[in-house]
Design a protein around this ligand. Structure first.
Ligand code: PGA
Length: 250
């Protein structure tokens, strides 16, 4: 049975002290909640990982990126083993902001995925199309290439440590959410691709998150869809009450 997950992606927000306070509030709310139907993760800046880890008991921790090398002369980079050494369980890879602003390619992401898994991290792997690709109809091909070129070299055993996040770029931070039907169409497509590559059981077991202006008001409808197993949450993860409004949406 696949897991439901709600993961925050704080992006480049909060000081360490603010981040620790936010993590503390989220953790307390998750701890107090009874009958939660999802795993909860916070994705935080590298600088925050160690301090945030100290206040988490009921919430898992993710980095927002890792390097495409293990160690060495790569000034400013942070490797997957370094992330793992903070106690983080996850790393978010392939976010559209990384692809667009930092030129991350499918090939580079393949390397990052391998290094993250080698370091014992689970990967939240993001894919999704731009507005132009949505309009010209190429979005199925775009998503297929992102998955094929960065993930589908993995073994079936390794796929158990991959969570996929579908994040249409036109819906990220724009207030414009994909409709639940638009999202479900892509989620079902992604699950079908996994089934073709790895078989029906692994496809059934893979958690696929939706991301893009997900908030407490639209999360219930999105999460009610059969192939939407939770969310990757940007803006709404920066306040404990709005994030918890999504965590409790199942
Ligand atoms: P958003 O961001 O919820 O602010 O749209 C989602 C994401 O980029 O992961």
């Amino acid at each position: 049975m696949r897991k439901n997950i709600v993961a925050g992606n704080w992006k480049m927000n909060t000081t360490v002290a603010e981040g620790v306070e936010l993590a503390h509030q989220v953790n307390a709310a998750v701890e107090a909640a009874t009958d939660l139907k999802c795993e909860v993760i916070v994705g935080v800046p590298f600088t925050h990982l160690t301090a945030v880890k100290q206040v988490l008991t009921a919430v898992n921790l993710a980095a927002e990126n890792c390097a495409d090398h293990v160690s060495g002369a790569y000034t400013g980079e942070v490797s997957a083993p370094m992330v793992a050494s903070t106690g983080a369980q996850y790393v978010i890879l392939g976010h559209s902001e990384r692809r667009e602003y930092y030129n991350e390619t499918n090939a580079m992401l393949k390397t990052k995925v391998d290094l993250a898994l080698e370091a014992g991290l689970k990967v939240i792997f993001c894919c999704g199309e731009s507005l132009a690709q949505r309009k010209d109809g190429s979005y199925f091909d775009v998503i297929k290439s992102e998955l094929t070129e960065s993930l589908f070299h993995l073994t079936a055993e390794q796929m158990a440590n991959i969570v996929i996040a579908y994040e249409p770029i036109w819906a990220i931070g724009t207030g414009e959410t994909a409709t639940s039907d638009q999202a479900e169409e892509i989620h079902a497509f992604i699950r079908g691709l996994i089934a073709e590559q790895y078989g029906a059981q692994i496809a059934e077991d893979t958690t696929i998150l939706y991301g893009g202006s997900c908030k407490p008001s639209n999360a219930p409808e999105l999460f009610a869809k059969p192939d939407i197993d939770g969310g990757l949450i940007g803006g709404a993860s920066l306040k404990a009450d709005s994030f918890m409004g999504i965590v409790t949406a199942f």
